[in-house]
Design a protein around this ligand. Sequence first.
Ligand code: SF4
Length: 302
Amino acid sequence: MEKREALDQLTRLVANFTGMVGKRLPDDVTAKLKELSEEETMPMAKMIYEAMEKNQQQAGELNRPSCQDTGLIQMFVRVGSKFPYIDDLSTVLKEAVYKATVEAPLRHNTVETFDEVNTGTNTGTKSPWLYWDIIPGSDKLELDVYMAGGGCSLPGQGKTLMPGEGYEGVVKFVLDIMTSYGLNACPPLLLGIGIGTSIDSAAYMSKRALMRPVGSHNENPRAAQLEDDLAAAIDSIGLGPQGLRGSKSVMGVNIENSSRHPSVISVALNVGCWAHRRGTIIFNSDLSYEMVTHKGVNIDNK
Ligand code: SF4
């Protein structure tokens, strides 16, 4: 394939994938919402889960975004050093977001800070926001696309704890946010928590944690236990779907961590709402691809 043709194809596929992510929830989120709906006993909460399911059906039937707020687009890019289009990737991803904005469509959500002008294209200064990882020796491109909505981004916070606050300080930090901002973010929520040695690494890991599947666990058994304990504690608040009370508040809690300075724990929280629009797609060097999060969906001709 000629290079120009290949770049156009990659742009089209990423644009189609991004548009699709706005209309169809990933398989793990759909399954979790179904489970929560079946287990829910409060009539009002059950009704809201049914409305969410109907929303998803209609988004599919009408080919429209499932929430009007299609977010500011953020992407985690893990690109192999031997992926043939690595040099052009930054331009391709920006063009793909613009194309998805026009074709999907996506709501115009990129405002230039300080100038207070909406670009109307969902592209702008450092937008889409890209996190880069170069994978030595690989010829693949692995892409997580995330729609950071206004409501679900609202509870996002970070803090470096005072020495001695320890893991109890982490729990207090998370629960304080959940009891104040949790209901604003359209529960049931997926919590991404980053724990490390400085606020920047904690913030990065907290967003990275939101890319992990619902129901997955941190490989460290103590961290995995904290994930379960925090989920149970937040459930006990009884936020329920859309914050209108219910048996459960969260789809799950995902913790990512790094090693840290002995006297410091930095913790950050990012939140995904019930309409947790994130998708993972893996491209091979010939641009054949696999959609990890959305099985059985066709993005070739949309
Ligand atoms: S929090 Fe999520 S579901 Fe609620 S309005 Fe924002 S993007 Fe939509």
